[in-house]
Design a protein around this ligand. Structure first.
Ligand code: CA
Ligand code: CA
Ligand code: CA
Length: 506
């Protein structure tokens, strides 16, 4: 290294929080396991290759695992430069971001491929099964691969840390074998309960989340022989209990598990023994879901319809008339998400647009209370209230966890009108450390802004196109950073914490 004197003032680039919808790579890059890669075949010096990668906010590839190595060998079909160098300290190979080479190492035997003071870069060598081989930094002998972090989706802010989100609810699975009492207390410390699966979809999500038997929030501790959800609501039409003949309920068995050995059906189990893990559940924060653009007075989130709450209590027929007068229909949730979104509106027991009254229908044949009276689809949330001749309308009953209850049609209840959302581009999530506003309707423009201390990286506006896709990728809000200043030759652009200044003299 004698004769080479380089001072690099490396300032720069705090690690940047990324945010966008979907995990994506820029044009020209391919995605694998959180990273984006771009292979350039043009024979290039390591200096120029580095600069080219840096112009994309990337580095030369930094393979740190067998998986990353395997992906790279599948991507390329020629020898390529990668981001490993001993430029700064002859004989000490490091990744070009300054990190150490760890347990994963693909260097060919040094005896066969000696490292010299003039050979400070590294290639994945095609003739050597893409093992790492020292190579010149200055000669234009090889192509190269750039690598950068994929743009990550924002964290699911609808759920607390440790919880996963599905259709309006947040779930946390704990594998530790725990008594039902302790499990309950642990959930309660999060403002949650043990899981209360009330629909096939919720059941299916839970069975996908867990891989062991878990305690859920069903018990007969208050009245032997009467199973209820642990929030004291009744078990409704949805039940997964195994046959009582095979799995008897006794006075000493007052809790319930989803039993792995029984296809995750419900099985009575001890409340006190520490035999099983458990799942906690709480409502998702609906205010954090991307908002739909709705007609005046209506609101909704991605995946729901547009709703307007009519809080003046009225009969079911008056509610229908109120909605129809403004070109809307009475509300009819058709998914768990819509169910929980309506619940989140907090208006208490309210009508849904379902009836089995004459002359619109016949007893027991529920139809959607609109002008054309279609039959109900497959989604329902029937609770435990029996249908009778005089209960011909339906309410979401706040006393029964908003399950559906056949109700006397002349009761005075609040209601909700619904409209289909107008055709629009998918709702935009605000970038982390920023905000978005504007219109999602065709030809509408949305504008992104960043919080103080963050710079917008990407287009600040995007337009909803006729095909209902956005014209531009979402930008990110990155910490303000300074650029690399090269006093002499800038060989490697390193990323360091902002305001850290590093001098390298050789
Ligand atoms: Ca060397
Ligand atoms: Ca019992
Ligand atoms: Ca009825």
């Amino acid at each position: 290294m004698a004769g080479r004197s380089v001072v690099l003032l490396l300032v720069v680039l705090a690690s940047t929080p990324w945010a966008a919808r979907g995990q994506t790579c820029p044009d020209g890059y391919s995605y694998n396991a959180g990273l984006c890669y771009r292979w350039t075949e043009t024979l290039t010096s390591a200096l120029d290759a580095n600069n080219d990668c840096a112009s994309d906010g990337a580095t030369l590839a930094l393979p740190r695992s067998q998986d990353e190595h395997d992906y790279l060998t599948g991507l390329i079909s020629e020898t390529v430069l990668i981001g490993i160098t001993d430029y700064y300290h002859e004989g000490t190979w490091k990744y070009s971001d300054g990190t150490e080479i760890g347990a994963f190492n693909k260097f060919l035997p040094e005896a066969d491929y000696p490292n010299t003071g003039r050979i400070d870069c590294v290639v994945m060598s095609k003739d050597d099964s893409y093992m790492w081989k020292p190579s010149s930094c200055s000669q234009e002998q090889y192509g190269y691969v750039c690598q950068k972090d994929a743009v990550m989706p924002p964290p699911p802010l609808v759920c607390p840390d440790g919880y996963s989100y599905n259709a309006g609810l947040c779930y946390r699975w704990t594998e530790t074998l725990t008594s039902a009492l302790d499990a309950n207390n642990d959930c309660a410390s999060d403002g949650a309960t043990l899981a209360l699966p009330r629909s096939q979809d919720e059941h299916d999500y839970l069975t996908g989340l867990i891989s062991e038997t878990v305690l859920i929030g069903i018990t007969d501790v208050l009245e032997e022989g009467t199973w209820k959800y642990s929030d004291d609501t009744e078990i409704g039409a949805f039940s997964k209990f195994l046959s009582e003949v095979d799995h008897p309920n006794t006075a000493t068995i007052d809790c319930v598990v989803m039993s792995k050995d029984d296809s995750y059906n419900w099985k009575p189990s001890s409340c006190s023994q520490e035999q099983y893990g458990y799942v906690c559940q709480k409502d998702g924060d609906m205010t954090k879901l991307p908002q739909l653009e709705c007609p005046d007075g209506y609101t909704g989130v991605e995946g729901t319809k547009c709703y307007r709450v009519v809080s003046e209590p009225a009969s079911a027929i008056a509610a229908l008339a109120e909605c129809q007068a403004e070109g809307a229909d009475p509300v009819l949730p058709t998914s768990d998400l819509e169910h929980y979104y309506l619940k989140s509106l907090g208006l208490g027991t309210h009508w849904i647009g379902v009836t089995d009254s004459a002359p619109r229908s016949t007893e027991g044949n529920w139809v959607y209370l609109t002008t054309d009276l279609p039959a109900l689809g497959s989604f329902n949330r029937w609770g435990s209230t029996a249908n009778t001749d005089d209960l011909d309308c339906v309410a979401m009953d706040s006393a029964e966890a908003y399950q559906w209850a056949p109700t006397y049609c002349l009761d005075d209840l609040a209601c909700v009108c619904q409209k289909a959302p107008p055709d629009q581009c998918p709702p935009l999530a605000a970038p982390e450390n920023g905000a978005v506003s504007g219109s999602s309707l065709p030809e509408g423009v949305a504008t992104f802004t960043c919080d103080e201390g963050y710079n917008l990286d990407g287009a600040s506006t995007t337009t909803c196109q006729a095909d209902l896709s956005w014209s531009d990728d979402n930008p990110t809000c990155n910490s303000e950073f300074c650029m690399c200043v090269c006093v002499s030759a800038c060989v490697y652009v390193h990323m360091y914490e902002c305001n850290v200044m590093v001098s390298v003299t050789e």
